[in-house]
Design a protein around this ligand. Structure first.
Ligand code: URA
Length: 211
């Protein structure tokens, strides 16, 4: 039986509660707030960044600093508002000094991310930066594959540059703006993929062991 949106929101709230008290890696010792992510339980688009920065760590919310402001602008280019999408990170607590997340930190957080994906079941996942890209495109280079959707099960995964990287480099800024402008078309394709998979009774992606 399909879960109602209220049941899915409750499942996400449960995951967020677990993230807030999680002590699975060393980051819990230095964080102020963990940052579970936010957005509608039935969002069609999910965005996955790297890790909370200083502002996010203070507020417990994703992408609320300068990169977040730019992300809002990019969503606008795609005809989306922040309230339409679910935004989270590959790692839910801030690495000290904004260093790169370590493999064991990514591994410790992974079950939370997988559960969030399974509950939301988005048509499109946008990865922001190399750490979330590596989840679906191991060994790939963002400069080669940015903006190009890949079908995984019934959904499309779209690797994008990280907004923080693009913010201060005009060439990358133009590239990421162009990539986001193609998102509505990709979303249309993803909806068609899902409809045809449902018509042929294909099991959902997460039941196919792809996540
Ligand atoms: N950068 C990220 O990757 N995530 C945030 O939440 C903020 C900045």
């Amino acid at each position: 039986m399909t879960a109602t949106v209220e049941e899915r929101a409750a499942a996400l709230a449960q995951i967020a509660d677990e993230i807030r008290v999680c002590m699975q890696c060393e980051l819990h010792k230095t964080r102020t707030e963990s940052v579970p992510g936010e957005g509608p339980a039935d969002a069609r688009v999910m965005l996955i960044g790297e890790a909370p920065g200083w502002n996010e760590d203070q507020q417990g919310r994703p992408f609320v600093g300068a990169a977040g402001k730019f992300l809002d602008e990019l969503l606008g280019i795609a005809g989306l508002a922040r309230g339409d999408v679910f935004i989270t990170n590959i790692v839910k607590s801030r690495p000290p000094g904004n260093r790169d997340p370590l493999p064991d930190e990514i591994a410790a957080c992974r079950p939370f991310l997988e559960r969030q994906i399974a509950v939301i079941d988005p048509d499109v996942i946008v990865t922001l930066g190399r750490f979330s890209m590596a989840r679906w495109f191991p060994g790939e280079r963002i400069s080669r594959i940015h903006g190009q959707p890949k079908r995984v099960g019934q959904r499309l995964i779209v690797p994008m540059y990280h907004p923080a990287a693009a913010l201060h480099q005009q060439a990358l800024k133009t590239t990421i703006q162009e990539d986001f402008s193609r998102l509505p078309k990709i979303l249309g394709e993803a909806e068609a993929v899902r409809r045809s998979a449902e018509a042929s009774d294909e099991p959902p992606a997460e039941q196919m062991g792809l996540f």
